[in-house]
Design a binder for this molecule. Structure first.
Ligand code: ZN
Length: 269
């Protein structure tokens, strides 16, 4: 029912925005990023109004008149349905990031698996991801629909464009709805790639020189992202090898023997 493409940009009529939200709802549903009535999508209609998906409706089955308009405090201004209790997460992003005009929240399987394992997607494994998102951190757990959740996200929102929420899902955002959706899609795609490298038992990370070249390219391409880059973001080949210790079999056996000897001495004493 909904188109397989929407145009970029945030300057559209309200009717166009309503159709776009339904199209993205259909995409997140059909790509398996949400189950049942999970997930929510929103965008800035103007400086004072947010257009958002309703609670308790499957995001693949929404129609434009299901959508709800609220102010920036979440107070309903229009709509026969109600906004999700997770809208507070979206409102936090709009308050903290004046450059952001759209937010997508979903529970894509692999990225949510990383979130549930408490593992950030922060390794320099794929050049395009370093270029576009930098790192995807994990925000500590907070009960959905409560201030705990927004408090956990708050310190990260200014520095990242996609965040894993522990034991919950993913929130991604950008200057328009297409960008926010693409960041959700990239997060899940990267999580799949990262998982495959884990299954293969081997990860070859980009060097810090390669990462620096990508960051220079980001400036050249005029990519406007918050993507933070620091000592630990993204994790490069050098930062991993600095933590790695290599032992010969003999050295390892000597260490184990010594530990066992100490333990025996302790239990005898
Ligand atoms: Zn959720």
């Amino acid at each position: 029912m909904w188109p397989e493409s929407i145009s970029p940009g945030a300057l559209k009529t309200e009717d166009e925005h309503r159709r776009d939200v339904c199209a993205v709802g259909s995409w997140v549903h059909h790509r398996g990023f949400v189950a049942a009535t999970d997930g929510n999508i929103s965008l800035r209609l103007d400086p004072k109004r947010i257009l958002t998906s309703p609670t308790a409706v499957n995001k693949g089955m929404m129609t434009p008149d299901d959508l709800v308009i609220t102010d920036l405090d979440g107070k309903k201004l229009a709509g026969r349905r109600n906004a999700s209790s997770e809208l507070a997460m979206h409102l936090l992003v709009y308050r903290r990031r004046p450059d952001v005009n759209a937010v997508v929240h979903a529970h894509p399987v692999v990225a949510t698996g990383y979130a549930a394992a408490g593992i950030p997607l922060n390794k320099a494994l794929v050049s395009e991801v370093v270029l576009g998102l930098g790192c995807i951190p994990v925000a500590p757990y907070g009960t959905p629909g409560t201030p705990e959740l927004t408090e956990a996200l708050e310190p990260l929102v200014s520095h990242y464009d996609s965040i894993l929420m522990a034991n919950h899902g993913v929130v991604a955002y950008g200057q328009d709805l297409l960008t926010a959706f693409f960041r959700m899609e990239t997060t899940e795609h990267f999580a799949r790639v990262a998982l495959v490298t884990e299954l293969l038992g081997k990860q070859v990370l980009l060097s810090s020189t390669d990462v620096e070249k990508l960051l220079a390219a980001r400036v050249r391409y005029g990519l406007s992202t918050a993507a933070t880059v620091g000592a630990e973001c993204p994790v490069t080949a050098e930062s991993v090898s600095a933590d790695r210790v290599t032992l010969t079999r003999q050295e390892l056996e000597a260490l184990i023997e010594e530990a066992v000897r100490k333990e025996r001495a302790r239990s005898l004493g």
